[in-house]
Design a protein around this ligand. Structure first.
Ligand code: TMP
Length: 205
């Protein structure tokens, strides 16, 4: 079995940059590694992403939860599971912890027990070996988001404070979480990420 590494954090925390950097470094060092974003990573999941980020009407919170989960189910079945079975390192730019934090903790779409069950079904019971949580204040993250905002990014600082509380709670409960201070210099953050990866003791090839 390969290893599954996820990156989490609120929008603007820099997690996509660091997920891409880790992927690049792994390839340079001779590891077989693939990276996918969530929602996304397959044709169907990318189509669902477009709806989730740009749908103009009212999206019911439960419908939103199930759309994120549907995108995930397709990605896990089509890419993540087969690659892990081929001993590949799979990096995910977000995974089910985002659902727990955004749809569970912040939106309160359904109760926590139900979110956990839905997450398990959508991810085929697969859990990350390591989760990097890029932590940044919602105010600092909002200041970094300069492009036109998508549907979720328009939710405001109050919403992101709840999302962050959700991630903080997960990080305090799950030993796979590594909290990274996202205010730090990009190079230092990458080094910290790399040092944690090395502790997994995975050999290249
Ligand atoms: P991204 O911009 O990091 O690619 O993520 C897309 C948006 O979707 C982001 O605002 C976080 C949100 N999201 C959820 O609300 N729930 C989820 O389960 C996932 C994967 C993302």
């Amino acid at each position: 079995m390969g290893k599954l590494i996820s990156f989490e954090g609120i929008d603007g925390s820099g997690k996509s940059t660091h997920a891409a950097r880790l992927h690049q470094r792994l390839q340079q060092e001779g590891y077989r590694a693939e990276i996918f974003r969530e929602p996304g990573g397959t044709d169907l999941s990318e189509e669902i992403r477009t709806i989730l980020l740009h749908y103009k009407g009212e999206l019911d919170p439960v419908a939103e939860l199930l759309l994120f989960s549907a995108a995930r189910a397709q990605l896990v079945a089509q890419k993540v599971k087969p690659l892990l079975e081929q001993d590949c390192i799979v990096i995910l730019d977000r995974f089910f912890d985002s659902t727990t934090a955004y749809q569970g903790y912040a939106r309160k779409a359904v109760d926590p027990g139900q979110i956990n069950e839905i997450n398990k079904v959508a991810s085929c019971g697969i859990t990350p070996d390591l989760t990097y949580y890029l932590r940044l204040s919602p105010e600092a993250a909002a200041a970094r988001l300069t492009d036109e905002k998508d549907r979720l990014e328009k939710s405001g600082v109050g919403f992101y404070k709840l999302v962050q509380q959700g991630f903080d709670k997960l990080a305090s409960e799950e030993s796979r979480f590594v909290i990274i201070d996202a205010e730090k210099d990009i190079k230092d953050i990458h080094q910290e990420i790399w040092e944690h990866f090395e502790k997994l003791n995975v050999q290249p090839g």
